[in-house]
Design a protein around this ligand. Structure first.
Ligand code: ZN
Length: 167
């Protein structure tokens, strides 16, 4: 957000930067997977824009390592967390056979993050020939709004969480 504000108040015209579309090369783990869960860190504080901070939070909660497989930060960069070969610890009672990823943010998500999320999810979807479905954490925990943003729209999902077509 700091970057955007600077642009808003700068007298000069903002320089247009053409960013190449994000890519992600997903490699299937050996364990069975049929669902992907999407989370957010529930904070817009840029001091929390780090996979190490999230791992510290999870260790404080009693995990031995970060619960998510990947983290997409404020800038749309992706970081590896828990090994894909291991079951995640992120959706209580619904971790088995899943992959979980988490985005930085609570209310302020941006297109750089969504672009990375699409590259990530579409790469997974191709690897499983369209047989994995994509879900928000809120679908399995009614007390949560996680991941807060409209992930169904961002990923172009049908009502069962399958990708209709890549955007
Ligand atoms: Zn969550």
């Amino acid at each position: 957000m700091i970057k955007w504000l600077k642009r808003l108040f700068a007298k000069e015209k903002p320089i247009e930067v053409i960013k190449p579309k994000r890519t992600f090369n997903f490699v299937k783990p050996k364990r069975f997977v049929n669902k992907v869960f999407i989370h957010c860190i529930a904070s817009d504080n840029l001091n929390h824009n780090s996979i190490d901070i999230i791992e510290q939070w999870h260790i404080k909660r009693g995990f031995n390592e970060i619960g998510y497989h990947h983290f997409i930060d404020f800038y749309g960069d992706i970081f590896e967390g828990r090994s894909l070969e291991k079951t995640p610890a992120s959706q209580k009672n619904f971790n088995r056979d899943t992959i979980s990823t988490c985005l930085f943010g609570l209310k302020n998500f941006n297109e750089d993050q969504f672009d990375m999320l699409r590259a990530y999810c579409y790469s997974i979807n191709r690897a499983y020939n369209g047989k994995v479905s994509f879900h928000g954490h809120c679908e399995v925990d009614k007390n949560k709004t996680c991941p807060v943003f409209d992930y169904k729209k961002v990923l172009n999902l049908d009502e069962k969480g399958f990708i209709i077509s890549e955007i």
